[in-house]
Design a protein around this ligand. Structure first.
Ligand SMILES: NC(=O)c1ccc[n+]([C@@H]2O[C@H](COP(=O)([O-])OP(=O)(O)OC[C@H]3O[C@@H](n4cnc5c(N)ncnc54)[C@H](OP(=O)(O)O)[C@@H]3O)[C@@H](O)[C@H]2O)c1
Length: 332
C-alpha cells in the first residue's frame, strides 16, 4: 500500500483510507458488528492504516467498533475522528433532526454543528474513551458553523495538540476562506471534502490551494455512496433506514444513467484487470491535489477489493478517455 504524508504532521497514511460511516449503521440501514470488525482488521492487514470515523456515525457506535477492532493493534492504525456534530446542546447551528435510524423532519434527536472550544474539549475525552486510546492521530471539525469564531476553535485544537491528545488537525466541509482562517492560527494538516467523478467543485480553487499549502486532501464518498461501484443498478433495493432508498441521486433514472456512464469505462477497467469501483478509486487518487481516497466499506470483501485499487496506475490516455466519457454527464 502506498502512503502519503498527512500534511506536515510527520504522519504517513495509506493513500486509501477506510471510512466507517456505514459501520455506524445510522443512515445506512444498520450494520453487522462482527463483519465491521473483520473489515477494519483486514484493512490493517492490507496496509490501510488510515481509519476515519466520527462521534455522530451511529451516535458513538462507529467509534466504539473501531476501538474494539483496534484492540491490540492500535499502533498499526492512524485514527482520524471528528468533533462538532453534537446532540447535547441547542447552541451552534441546527444541522438536522433525526431518529436513531436516520434524518427525519419529525425526528426527536436534534443534531447541531457546534465548534465551541469547551464543547470540543469534552468531545475529545469522549472519543478517546470510545476509541480506547490515549491519542487521536487526526482530529477534524466535521462541519463549519457561523456562531463560534474559527480562530477560537483552532486555538483549542492547537492546545489539544500541544497536550498530546491529538497529533494532527484537520477540517471537513470548509471553504477556502475558512481554511485560511484555521491556518492563520496554527498548522492545519488536512481537509476532508466530498470529491468524486460526480462531485468536482473542489477542482477550481480548493485542491490547488491545499497543494500549494501542504494540506492533505481526504476525498470523501469517492464512490458516491456506492453509486460508482457498478453494484448500484436500477434493480437494487435498499434496506429500511438506508438513506439511499429516498436519495434523489439513487432514483431509478439516475442509477440507469450511472450504469450507462460506467459502461463507457469498462474497456479501461478490463485493460487493467480491475473492477469499475477500483477504476473509480484509482481515478480519484490520480487527481492533482487529492492525497487520500476515503472509501467506505462494510465488509472484508469490499475492503480487499478497494485496497487493491492503490496499485492501479492510470495512464494519461486512460485519464483522457475517462474525461471524454464524463463530458456532459449529468444526473437528474
Ligand atoms: N466529513 C464528512 O462530512 C463525510 C461525509 C461523508 C463521508 N465521510 C467519510 O468518507 C467515508 C466514505 O464515504 P461514504 O461511506 O459516504 O461513501 P463511498 O465511499 O462513496 O461509498 C461507500 C459504500 O459503497 C459501497 N461499496 C464500497 N466498496 C464496495 C465494493 N468494493 N463493492 C461494492 N460496493 C462497495 C458500500 O455500500 P453498500 O455495500 O451498502 O452498497 C459502501 O458503504 C465515510 O465512511 C466517512 O468516513 C465524511
Amino acid at each position: 500500500m502506498r502512503t502519503r504524508p498527512l500534511g506536515q504532521s510527520g504522519i504517513d497514511a495509506s493513500v486509501i483510507a477506510l471510512g466507517t460511516w456505514a459501520i455506524g449503521g445510522w443512515m445506512w440501514g444498520g450494520s453487522d458488528e462482527m463483519e465491521a470488525i473483520r473489515a477494519i482488521q483486514s484493512a490493517l492487514e492490507r496496509g490501510i492504516n488510515l481509519i476515519d470515523t466520527a462521534p455522530i456515525y451511529g451516535f458513538g457506535h462507529s467509534e466504539i467498533v473501531v476501538g474494539r477492532a483496534l484492540k491490540g493493534r492500535r499502533d498499526m492504525a492512524v485514527i482520524a475522528t471528528k468533533c462538532g456534530m453534537v446532540c447535547n446542546t441547542r447552541a451552534g447551528e441546527l444541522k438536522m433532526r433525526s431518529t436513531a435510524s436516520g434524518p427525519s423532519e419529525h425526528g426527536h434527536i436534534e443534531v447541531y454543528i457546534y465548534n465551541n472550544p469547551e464543547s470540543i474539549r469534552r468531545e475529545v475525552e469522549d472519543s478517546l474513551k470510545r476509541l480506547q486510546t490515549d491519542r487521536i492521530d487526526l482530529y477534524q471539525t466535521h462541519w463549519q458553523e457561523g456562531v463560534t469564531q474559527i480562530e477560537d476553535t483552532m486555538g483549542e485544537l492547537v492546545r489539544l495538540r500541544d497536550e498530546g491528545k491529538i497529533r494532527a488537525i484537520g477540517v471537513c466541509n470548509a471553504s477556502t476562506t475558512q481554511l485560511e482562517r484555521y491556518r492563520s492560527v496554527g498548522r492545519l494538516d488536512s481537509d476532508q471534502e466530498k470529491y468524486s467523478m460526480l462531485d468536482r467543485k473542489l477542482e477550481a480553487e480548493q485542491l490547488p490551494w491545499c497543494e500549494r499549502n501542504g494540506v492533505a486532501v481526504l476525498a470523501y464518498s469517492p464512490l458516491a455512496l456506492g453509486l460508482l461501484t457498478g453494484t448500484a443498478g436500477p434493480e437494487r433495493e435498499y434496506a429500511e433506514g438506508d438513506m439511499r432508498r429516498t436519495h434523489r441521486r439513487f432514483s431509478v433514472e439516475n442509477r440507469t444513467r450511472i450504469q450507462i456512464l460506467l459502461s463507457r469505462f469498462r474497456p479501461i477497467a478490463d485493460a487493467h484487470g480491475c473492477s469499475l469501483g477500483q477504476l473509480v478509486i484509482a481515478w480519484t487518487l490520480a487527481q492533482p491535489g487529492v492525497t487520500h481516497g476515503l472509501v467506505g466499506a462494510r465488509n472484508e470483501q469490499q475492503v480487499s477489493e478497494n485496497a487493491r485499487a492503490a496499485d492501479i496506475r492510470l495512464t494519461n490516455h486512460d485519464m483522457d478517455q475517462i474525461a471524454t466519457g464524463l463530458a456532459g454527464f449529468e444526473l437528474v
